[in-house]
Design a protein around this ligand. Structure first.
Ligand code: NAG
Ligand code: NAG
Ligand code: NAG
Ligand code: NAG
Ligand code: NAG
Ligand code: NAG
Length: 618
């Protein structure tokens, strides 16, 4: 996304605009779509799998926001009160966002929060003269404990600019859909096992400048638990851990300009102090992040030294600082986990014609990243507030980062006792840069390994916990043909494992996530016939492969896009062009398979086939 300042430069033209080979963010001009066959608004979509309850009728629906986001830049989010619907049994919840837009507009970033906890990070598609619309549906059941609470505030932020030049207003409806998937007759809503209200004062939230304190009155009675307390040793799974959290705390900003922290550079550190209830037995931090401005295409940024070289000759680009980024999460100044985010490409990115009407992977529902903090409970359970900090290693302006802290509470105890064991962090970062004039090759290799163990004593017994994370990034940015051609190749691998063992060493819970997301981008730029125009021919291959294991069940996701196209560009405006996008999506878990292949060319869907059959090659 462009920052406001960058947009201003479009008008002033005092500062030269990004010239070849750096411009990667564009807008489609009306002249471009003049000859389109369509005159009806067109539906855009992100390829995903159906949700398990798509075929069910809702128990109830709650339309919550209807808003036209026009000139909202710098304004606070739209906020409305939220309470769950009355007399409506539910077990699962979907957040649905419907958007329509007509005119000329850049893609914009948006977020929805419930009392400061982010439910979804989404971005918009760039509209056309005939108009476009789309629907995003996200399963938000993991926020059930929050969604069951009354008198919360739902906020939505979508920073848009509308003027003579950018005319597209985003018309948005946000609706909660509640489903009851329990075997009938329906039991109470999915908030179990909640503390007995008679023995537990509700948590009191005291919002301060940048702090939330959670006060628990220690009135909880000690309850004798039957030995079988939700622990199923035979199946080798610890079912207690496989349900939505009991409490979700926001690790986010005050909300004046969105609840995300705006991280401007590598030394721009944002913190929030949080105190967690003493009976917490599991903690997971869910991190949301998106890269914008000069870092929107961070994985293709050359080192500053090369940029200075280019800048001296022709360009005003600040998209530099090399191509390694990592979102770091620290508690009281110590690193507890990190995320190398999947490179989500927004609909104005690289070649906007790639993303009509199929948007890039994650563009309508940006992935969030879970980091296990349970082994750190020994540090967090001292009844004191702790400082949670976000940084972006090597980051430049700007990143939007915040997180939800998911906590599971032991209803049988006032206090869980926990202790941190050994920790073995390792980090290596190697860079190699070679350049001569506008040609050059830049390589980065970063690897982080962390292993932490701990133990805890809770109602169900004594357990040891261990968390292991390994993140590896390999990136090459190459300029050739006097800087007019650029090749970016990136590989990211992320593996994390969390194990709980009983007192006698038996594994009672295991979960792991393995992700790989390679990206390959090849761009050739040629000067156009008219002044200030150039033609870019681009090939992009991007994919995500994810394997998740919880206990004995696992799921595999493979999602791959291959795009080819060209465009004639003046400044940031696409004047003409053609593009082809091919996407393969497949998902498999113990119960289901789903695969879908979509082919789009020049804004039209040429093929879209899906199947529920399981293919063995997965
Ligand atoms: C959903 O509701 C419709 C109309 O009330 C009904 O005909 C249909 O059988 C219901 N479907 C399911 C899956 O319950
Ligand atoms: C949004 O704008 C459209 C078109 O101008 C209008 O019809 C609609 O009523 C507006 N909606 C809201 C919620 O203001
Ligand atoms: C939002 O809801 C209103 C009322 O149901 C509907 O008329 C409108 O088309 C919806 N807007 C979008 C973008 O789907
Ligand atoms: C929510 O607000 C209503 C109206 O102010 C109030 O009657 C109710 O007790 C509140 N509920 C909670 C859980 O605070
Ligand atoms: C980093 O960003 C912060 C916040 O905008 C600013 O105050 C600080 O000067 C910047 N530091 C550097 C080294 O640019
Ligand atoms: C998608 O799958 C088909 C059939 O398996 C294969 O021919 C094609 O190359 C794949 N395309 C991409 C972009 O992965």
């Amino acid at each position: 996304m462009l920052s406001f300042l960058q947009i201003l430069t479009l008008f002033s033209l005092i500062i030269p605009l990004y010239s070849s080979p750096t411009p990667l963010h564009f807008i489609k001009r009306h002249s471009f779509h003049k000859n389109a066959i369509n005159s009806q608004p067109q539906q855009y979509f992100q390829v995903t799998r159906p949700l398990p309850f798509d075929s069910l009728n809702t128990s109830c629906t709650l339309p919550i926001v209807t808003h036209n986001f026009s000139n909202t830049y710098g304004l606070p989010p739209v906020s409305v009160p939220y309470s769950p619907p009355l007399n409506c049994p539910w077990t699962d919840v979907v957040l649905e966002i419907q958007v329509s837009c007509q005119g000329e507009q850049y893609d914009r970033i948006a977020g929805v929060w419930l009392s400061g906890r982010e439910l979804i990070r989404t971005s918009t598609a760039e509209p056309t003269e005939d108009g476009i619309f789309w629907v995003v549906r996200k399963d938000v059941t993991r926020y059930s404990s929050l969604l069951a609470q009354e008198n919360l505030t739902l906020s939505m932020m979508l920073e848009n600019i509308v003027n003579d030049y950018f005319t597209g207003v985003y018309q948005v409806n946000v609706t909660f859909l509640y489903y009851d998937t329990s075997p009938h007759p329906a039991p109470a809503p999915a908030t179990a096992p909640a503390p007995d209200p008679d023995s537990f004062d509700p948590l009191i939230v005291i919002p301060g400048e940048d702090e939330f304190y959670y006060r628990t009155s220690r009135k909880l009675k000690s309850v004798e638990y039957p030995l079988s307390f939700e622990v199923n040793y035979e199946k080798g799974s610890f079912e207690l851990y496989d349900r939505p959290a009991d409490l979700i705390l926001p690790i986010s900003s005050s909300g004046i300009d969105g609840f995300w922290f705006r991280i401007q550079n590598e030394s721009d550190i944002h913190s929030k102090r949080v105190e967690i209830p003493p009976n917490t037995y599991r903690a997971v931090i869910e991190v949301f992040s998106s890269a914008h401005g000069d870092d929107e295409f961070w994985y293709s940024n050359p080192p500053d030294a090369y940029l200075l070289n280019v800048e001296a000759k022709e360009s005003g680009s600040k998209r530099g600082h090399g191509a390694y980024r990592e979102v770091l999460v620290k508690i009281d100044g110590d690193l507890v986990g990190s995320v190398v985010p999947f490179p989500v490409i927004f609909t104005g990115g690289i070649n906007p014609l790639f993303w009509e009407p199929v948007v890039g992977i994650g563009a309508f529902d940006l992935p969030s990243y879970d980091l296990e903090l349970t082994p750190f409970l020994g540090l967090l359970l001292d009844g004191k507030p702790h400082s949670f900090t976000f940084e972006v290693a090597d980051g430049i302006s700007f990143w939007l980062v915040d997180a939800n802290l998911h906590l599971w509470l032991d209803a049988g105890l006032m206090e869980v006792q926990a202790c941190i064991g050994s920790s073995e962090p390792e980090f290596t970062l190697e860079r190699e840069s070679k350049f001569d004039g506008l040609g050059g090759k830049f390589e980065v290799e970063a690897e982080r390994k962390a292993k932490i163990s701990g133990w805890m004593n809770m109602a169900a017994g004594y357990f040891t916990t261990s968390f292991e994370q390994k993140v590896k990034l390999e990136n090459t940015v190459k300029y050739y043909n006097n800087g007019l051609s650029k090749l970016v190749e990136q590989k990211v691998k992320d593996k994390s494992e969390f194990t709980i063992k009983s007192g006698n060493g038996e594994v009672i819970f295991y979960t792991s996530t393995k992700r790989e997301y390679p990206l390959k981008l090849n761009t050739v730029t040629l000067p156009g016939r008219e002044e200030n125009t150039y033609q870019m021919t681009t090939k992009l291959e991007t994919s995500i492969e994810e394997k998740k294991t919880v206990g004995e069940s696992s799921s595999t996701l493979k999602d791959r896009q291959e795009c080819n196209g060209w465009m004639l560009v003046k400044d940031h405006d696409v004047l003409s062009g053609g593009a082809y996008t091919h996407q393969n999506y497949s998902f498999k878990d113990a119960a289901n398979c789903y695969s879908r292949i979509v082919v789009a060319e020049n804004g039209a869907v040429l093929g879209d086939s899906s199947s529920l059959l399981c293919v063995h090659s997965l």
